[in-house]
Design a protein around this ligand. Structure first.
Ligand code: URA
Length: 459
C-alpha cells in the first residue's frame, strides 16, 4: 500500500482497539512524527494505545527499525586500524540514583575498550546521564558526528546526547513519553533503548535491566521479558548483547540528583564506594571489558576494573573527557567548590529500629519535585537539587534522627517533597535480610539466575 493511503486517526484507532499494525504503518507514524508532521497530541494518543494494548514482536522490531533509521547509523568501521577492537556500550533501563554510567565508562575506556555512549535525559522519576553530565559547568553533550568520532578515537570514550542525526525519533518520543505517563511499557522501552544504542556504531552492549520500586518495570518476571526483548533485538542486528537483572528496590548509593550524583561518582572513582554502587558498577564494567576482549572472564574484567580505580587511570579518564568536552575540570578536582543550593532541609525519621525499606520511586519523585527532574518537556532541571540519604536499608535509626538532606533552589518545593518522603521509609524492630543486587543474567547461553560464585572479586 502506498503511504498516501495511511490515515493517522485510523492507525491510532487500530492500536486502541488492540489490532496489530504493519511495519509500514508503524514507519509512517514514526517518520511523520520525526518530521514534525504529526502533532504531539496524536502521538500521545498512539503511545497511550501502545501502553494499554502492547506491541507484538514484529511491531516492536518495526518500531525499533523505524526509530533507528529516523537518523543515521554511525559507521565506526574505519575508526580503528586494529580490526579486533570492539566498541562496547552499556545501558540501564532507568533507576533512582543510577549514576553507574559516569563511573563505569571511564573505567572501561581506561582499560582499553572504546565506549561510545549516547545517553538520554531524566525520564519520569529516574535521572538521566545527560542531565548529570550537564551539571558539570560547560560540559557539552551536543557533539556532531565528526567530533563524536574524533573524541572517541583520541580518548576511547565519548559522552553524547541524541542530535537531529542520531535516532531523532527517540529523542522526541522520549521527551513526550516522559510527560504523558507512557514510559512503563516494554516495547516502547525496548525500541527507545535499542534504536539509540544501535545507532552508535557499537559491536556489543551490556544491559542493566532494573526491577523493583524505583524501576519502570517493578516485577522481576516482567523485567525478564524486557531483558529478553532487548537482547533479541540486539542479536537480530548481529550485536553481542548481555543483560543483567539488578535490584532497584531502594535508590542506588546515597546521592540522588544531577550534581550530587556526579559528586558521588567522583568519590567512587577515588575508591570510596557505597556497597551497592560498587557491586553493580564492577559487574557491568567487568562484563564490558570481557566483551571488548580485554579479559577472558567476567571475574578478570572486574579485577581489571579495580586496577583502573586503584592506579587512578579511571579518574584521569573522566578528567580527560571533561576537559575535551569543554567542562570545568576544577569541580572534578574539588567537588566542594561546586555552588550549593539556596535552601537545604533535614528530613527526620518517625520510627525507631532498622530501615526495612526505602521506596525508590517516592524518593525519585521527591527529588524531581525539588527540581532535579521535569514535569513538562521544556522545563529546565535544577542541577544542584536533590537528596542525600544518610541511611540505607538495614541500617539502624533512632526516632527523630536525620536520615536525608533535601536540596533545592525553590523553597516552595520542600512541602511536596517531604510529603512524598514521609511514605518512602519503612522501619522495623528486626534487621532485614540482605537481598542480592544482581538476580539474573541473559547471554547467548540463555536466561539464568546470577551465580555470585563465578565472580569472587565482586565481594
Ligand atoms: N531508557 C531509555 O533510553 N528509554 C526508555 O524508554 C527507558 C529507559
Amino acid at each position: 500500500m502506498s503511504k498516501n493511503y495511511f490515515n493517522e486517526v485510523s492507525l491510532i484507532r487500530k492500536k486502541r482497539d488492540g489490532l496489530s499494525l504493519s511495519t509500514d504503518e508503524i514507519k509512517y507514524l514514526i517518520d511523520k512524527y520525526t518530521k514534525d508532521e504529526l502533532p504531539d497530541y496524536q502521538m500521545s494518543a498512539f503511545l497511550m494505545a501502545c501502553f494499554h494494548k502492547g506491541l507484538n514482536e514484529e511491531e516492536t522490531s518495526a518500531l525499533t527499525h523505524a526509530m533507528l533509521h529516523s537518523g543515521i547509523v554511525i559507521d565506526t568501521a574505519d575508526l580503528w586500524e586494529d580490526k579486533s577492537i570492539k566498541n562496547i556500550d552499556k545501558h540501564s533501563t532507568g533507576g533512582v540514583g543510577d549514576k553507574l554510567s559516569l563511573i563505569l565508562a571511564p573505567i572501561v575506556a581506561a582499560a582499553g575498550v572504546p565506549v561510545p555512549m549516547i545517553s538520554g535525559r531524566g525520564l519520569g522519576h529516574t535521572g538521566g546521564t545527560l542531565d548529570k553530565l550537564e551539571s558539570i559547568p560547560g560540559f557539552d553533550v551536543n557533539v556532531d558526528l565528526d567530533r563524536y568520532k574524533d573524541i572517541l578515537k583520541r580518548h576511547n570514550l565519548v559522552f553524547a546526547g541524541q542530535t537531529e542525526d542520531i535516532a531523532p525519533a527517540d529523542k522526541r518520543l522520549y521527551a513526550l513519553r516522559d510527560v504523558t505517563a507512557t514510559v512503563e511499557c516494554i516495547p516502547l522501552i525496548a525500541g527507545s533503548i535499542m534504536s539509540k544504542k544501535l545507532a552508535e556504531g557499537i559491536d556489543g552492549l551490556v544491559l542493566d535491566v532494573k526491577h523493583g520500586s524505583g524501576a519502570f518495570i517493578k516485577d522481576v518476571d516482567e523485567a525478564k521479558i524486557l531483558a529478553q526483548t532487548l537482547c533479541s533485538i540486539g542479536w537480530s542486528f548481529k550485536k553481542e548483547v548481555t543483560a543483567f537483572l539488578t535490584s532497584m528496590d531502594q535508590p542506588l548509593g546515597n546521592e540522588i540528583g544531577n550534581w550530587l550524583e556526579v559528586k558521588e561518582s567522583i568519590d567512587c572513582l577515588r575508591g570510596k564506594w557505597p556497597a551497592d554502587v560498587r557491586e553493580v558498577t564492577l559487574l557491568l564494567s567487568g562484563a564490558m571489558i570481557q566483551m571488548g576482549g580485554k579479559a577472558s572472564s567476567l571475574n578478570e574484567g572486574i579485577e581489571i576494573s579495580l586496577e583502573m580505580i586503584e592506579n587512578g587511570e579511571a579518574l584521569d579518564k573522566l578528567r580527560e573527557i571533561v576537559i575535551e568536552q569543554d567542562g570545568d575540570v576544577s569541580v572534578i578536582d574539588d567537588p566542594d567548590s561546586y555552588p550549593q543550593t539556596k535552601y537545604s532541609r533535614e528530613f527526620k525519621i518517625g520510627g525507631d529500629g532498622y530501615i526495612t525499606g526505602i521506596n525508590a520511586y517516592l524518593v525519585g519523585m521527591a527529588s524531581l519535585e525539588l527540581g532535579a527532574g521535569r514535569k513538562e518537556k521544556s522545563q529546565a532541571v535544577d542541577h544542584q537539587a536533590g537528596i542525600t540519604l544518610h541511611r540505607k536499608v538495614g541500617e539502624p535509626v533512632k526516632k527523630g534522627e536525620t536520615i536525608a538532606t533535601l536540596y533545592t533552589n525553590n523553597e516552595k518545593q520542600f512541602e511536596q517533597a517531604e510529603s512524598l518522603l514521609k511514605d518512602a521509609f519503612d522501619t522495623g524492630a528486626k534487621k532485614p535480610e540482605t537481598k542480592p543486587m544482581i538476580t539474573h543474567m541473559i547471554d547467548s547461553k540463555g536466561l539464568r539466575a546470577f551465580d555470585y560464585g563465578e565472580v569472587p572479586s565482586l565481594k
